[in-house]
Ligand binder design. Structure first.
Ligand code: ATP
Length: 462
């Protein structure tokens, strides 16, 4: 079972401290969200899981953390200044601003306003999605010399560092560069909770290879992501691959496959239940070429007269110099977190007929790995033993101590936030130096000697 809709997750997220509406005490801010005590842990665990997988467990990827604000020329030559836009139309009746490419058509083939159903819409016009800012103490806000952008993708920071990483790491093709970081897009129609926001986080890999090797590498990444999604608990039955058509492809892409997740299971028609979780594009040699000083146009003029570098690659085996192709798997942290929560959500009825929520998160992602609970909070020996246990477990796993309710309530609370194990210290524990370990998914309990506890938990968590 998974969550029946995003709303169920919104309410759980707010109730238990995963995600809160941003600036809530001032009425909120459109599509901005803050990650609370559990949300920040879950997001960090997703990012760590991804980083371990691509940077540590593989031998062909280096990490990077580039600036959010880059020289404006990066966005000029990448093409974002001229082409990073969505088609914007206005509804003349209800005045809503709409993303034209997301609208449905009526039986006459006319576009329909998603807010009021009117077909009286303006012609669409391109709306650039980059957030603008100014650098330094400028005299006027529209001073072009001070104009800068918040990055709309982390990828360009990787391309402009291609040579730095290549030279310092002494890599040979194929190899990749991975980066996690914030990206900003002034989306026309943000919404659906954290699915589409104006500030979000991406986990991107630019994987460089020989041009003739690109189709094989692309397929390898498609398979790799299928497998990784399973490891973080996203079931393949809720994921479909979508091959972008020639009209949909971005200007730099030769082929792009999107992985769509069933974010909207409540929708009647099955194909409307899915939307993008990640995309894997073959960006060809587009980006390295446009940031390089040597390439020329048909008239023999440099396409980039501003750059000081040439981002080509010399292959010592074949004695060839060329611009590598690049395969780019790009996934949002926030959409991953939403998919992980939806997938983990389960309701179960206990013997008293009460409905309980259980978040069956993979242990590696769970915000809290173990909760240590005293059976009697007024018994000093039990409380001291429980607190000491929490402290001794903490260096190797995120542990919490909680005595703010009866044991049934405490178990239910931990189930609802996905804590894989609860450890209960009872009267017997003082005598036999053992505790009861309760499993979140089976609700089974097992007596474990205190001396074996850490090992017992580690074996089941990692
Ligand atoms: P969409 O078609 O949904 O607007 P996109 O194709 O423009 O997405 P990409 O440019 O491929 O998105 O970005 C890579 C990933 O970054 C997406 O698959 C998604 O996970 C994430 N992402 C993109 N835009 C947003 C956003 N506004 N809010 C949250 N995550 C986003």
């Amino acid at each position: 079972m998974a969550a029946p809709n995003i709303e169920t997750i919104v309410s759980l997220a707010k109730r238990r401290g995963f995600v809160f509406p941003a600036s809530d005490i001032y009425g909120g801010l459109g599509s901005s969200w803050d990650y609370g005590p559990l949300g920040v842990e879950l997001a960090n665990n997703i990012k760590n899981s991804w980083w371990n997988w691509v940077v540590y467990e593989r031998d062909d990827i280096e990490g990077l953390d580039s600036s959010i604000i880059q020289n404006r020329l990066v966005w000029k030559y990448s093409g974002h200044e001229t082409t990073f836009s969505d088609p914007l139309a206005d509804c003349r009746d209800c005045k809503t601003r709409l993303r034209e490419d997301k609208l449905e058509r009526n039986s006459d083939g006319k576009l329909v306003c998603s807010n009021c159903g009117s077909t009286d819409l303006t012609e669409s016009r391109p709306f650039n999605l980059m957030f603008r800012t100014t650098i330094g103490a400028v005299s006027s806000d529209d001073d072009p010399a001070a104009l800068a952008y918040l990055r709309p993708e982390t990828a360009q920071g990787i391309f402009v560092n291609f040579k730095n990483v290549l030279d310092t790491s002494r890599r040979k093709l194929p190899f990749g560069i991975a980066q996690i970081g914030k990206a900003f897009r002034n989306e026309v129609t943000p919404g659906n909770f954290i699915f589409r926001t104006r500030e979000f986080e991406q986990m991107e890999i630019e994987y460089f290879c020989r041009p003739d090797d690109a189709p094989r590498v692309h397929q390898e990444w498609l398979d790799a992501y299928d497998a990784w999604l399973e490891t973080i608990g996203i079931s393949s039955k809720n994921v479909v691959h979508y091959e972008q058509s020639a009209e949909e492809l971005a200007h730099y892409s030769d082929r792009t496959v999107d992985f769509l997740y069933r974010f909207f299971p409540e929708r009647q028609e099955e194909d409307k239940q899915f939307d993008e979780l990640l995309g894997i594009a073959n960006r060809t040699d587009y980006d390295l070429r446009v940031h390089s000083k040597k390439p020329e146009n048909e008239e023999g003029k440099r396409i980039n007269p501003d750059t000081t570098e040439d981002l080509s690659y010399f292959d010592p085996q074949t004695n060839e110099r060329f611009y590598p192709y690049c395969i780019e798997p790009s996934i949002g942290v926030n959409r991953t977190l939403l998919a992980v929560l939806m997938e983990a959500y389960e309701e179960r009825t206990n013997d008293k007929g009460e409905v309980r929520v259980i978040l069956k998160l993979k242990p590696a992602l769970a915000p809290i790995k173990v909760a240590v609970l005293p059976l009697a909070k007024n018994n000093e020996s039990i409380v001291t033993m429980a607190k000491n246990l929490k402290r001794s477990l903490q260096p190797s796993m995120r542990a919490v101590y909680d005595d703010t309710g009866g044991i049934g309530k405490l178990y239910a609370r931990q189930d609802e936030i996905g804590t894989p194990f609860c450890v209960t210290v009872d009267h017997e524990s003082i005598v036999d130096n053992a505790v009861t370990v309760r499993d979140r998914d089976s609700w089974q309990q097992e007596r474990v000697a205190v001396g074996d506890l850490e090992q017992f938990l580690r074996q089941r968590l990692y």
